[in-house]
Design a protein around this ligand. Sequence first.
Ligand code: ZN
Ligand code: ZN
Length: 237
Amino acid sequence: MKFLNNHPIRTTAWGVFRAVGRWPPTACLGCGAACRDGLCAACLDDLPTLPASRCAVCAMPVPSGACCGHCLAAPPAFAATHACFAYAGWLAQAIQSAKFGGRWHAFALFGRHLARTLPPPRVDAIVPVPLAADRLRERGFNQAQELAATLARAWRLPWHAELLLRARGGAHQARSSHAARLRNVRGAFQAPQRLDGATLLLVDDVMTSGASLGACAKVLLKAGAARVECCVLARTL
Ligand SMILES: [Zn+2]
Ligand SMILES: [Zn+2]
């Protein structure tokens, strides 16, 4: 499978400006202790993990079996979700402060740790979930792209941000209901090229209801992808 290779910019000038003085990391992202690698051994040990028994499709913890009730009743467009950390504890705080504090290098650190923890997925390419243009302007970077680029390097896979675009901005989803989230993401994404037969790994920082990832997967499948799987840094419980 060949794709047009035309990476959009990873980080805006504002994003670079905000990150100056924060690289290389001198403090642990979790506890703030002096630490050259950005993540100290104690915080790595204390990463909130997902239970081993989880839904193969959406990574939600399940007591037993391969699929949760939600995915059985209404199967999402993606076929699997690769995740091992829970959106909880210090990781949730660190993701928030990195996202809103201009620390995009945090996602490279988290991405490297995620790549070491998860088995490499069998896909043709990695696609980050695109960020709305106004959000990219205010944040200066897309955390999903930073993760996607890091995972791609670690797993020796290509990554292609140009395969999935944001057609319009989405409202803040943090406190929306599942139905409201579905309404928000309807028509929000576009796949500009044909993806005949490609198997793709969609990457995002956090999976909450799975509505955005589901909408992205739907668009990619409609453009001809054979299978879409998701990979997220953290899963809300
Ligand atoms: Zn620490
Ligand atoms: Zn599920």
